[in-house]
Design a protein. Structure first.
Length: 225
């Protein structure tokens, strides 16, 4: 799994060279993560996992985890969220949470290893928080990390994360055009409930392409262990 994540990170960096010379130069000058330079007390920085989850770090003893905007657009209006079990120990890259929209299920893996300290119980009654605020109020869980310093190397932040997110969006638009018609709203945002525009085979191919860390057995309705 670590090999896959490192390979994905290398691919992202190569993609950024196409985004623009200035951005690539910024990436080259990007300073070492603050977490590796000192023990944090009050740090708030967002890191993205290639499987479209994120973490915010305010204290090494506990981090917040959620899913990104790409996922909430792909799955559409969330009908149900399968939250992880509090107290469970999970490894980076293991199935962590599932989002449901009608007959579509989107599995996300844990961005870091650790113990589940708490979950966002509001999502049980209001799963649409994930659509309305995926990076803030729609957070999934908090985790007490077990190997944060090392595993941050598998995540993306700053200008690298920005470039990766834009590259994913551009690749998705190119993949969908002209097959399923318009995928953008006014202002260039992806339309809602994109998953409904794909048949089952197309959905499976979509997940394999944009969620490469997910095993094929988790693409459909197979329950997580």
């Amino acid at each position: 799994m670590t090999f896959i994540l490192v390979a994905l990170t290398v691919t992202v960096v190569l993609t950024l060279e196409l985004v623009g010379k200035n951005r690539a130069e910024s990436v080259a000058r990007k300073p070492e993560s603050r977490l590796t330079r000192r023990t944090p007390v009050e740090i708030l920085e967002r890191y993205f996992h290639p499987g479209h989850t994120w973490i915010t770090v305010s204290d090494q003893r506990k981090i917040t985890v959620g899913i990104d905007e790409f996922s909430e657009r792909i799955i559409g209006s969330v009908n149900r969220v399968d939250l992880p079990e509090v107290g469970r120990t999970i490894q980076q890259g293991e199935p962590f949470t599932r989002l449901h929209h009608n007959n579509r299920v989107l599995v996300h893996v844990a961005p870091v290893s650790g113990r589940i300290a708490d979950v966002n119980k509001k999502l049980i009654r209001r799963p649409n928080l994930l659509n309305n605020s995926p990076l803030e109020r729609g957070w999934i869980a908090t985790i007490v990390p077990s190997n944060l310093e090392t595993e941050l190397r598998n995540l993306l932040s700053g200008v690298v994360a920005d470039g990766w997110r834009e590259a994913v969006r551009t690749e998705f638009i190119q993949l969908c055009s002209p097959g399923i018609g318009t995928v953008l709203q006014d202002g260039g945002q992806l339309i809602e409930n994109l998953g409904e525009h794909f048949n089952d085979d197309e959905w499976s191919r979509l997940i394999r392409k944009f969620y490469p860390t997910i095993s094929s057995k988790h693409i459909q309705h197979t329950p997580m262990n």
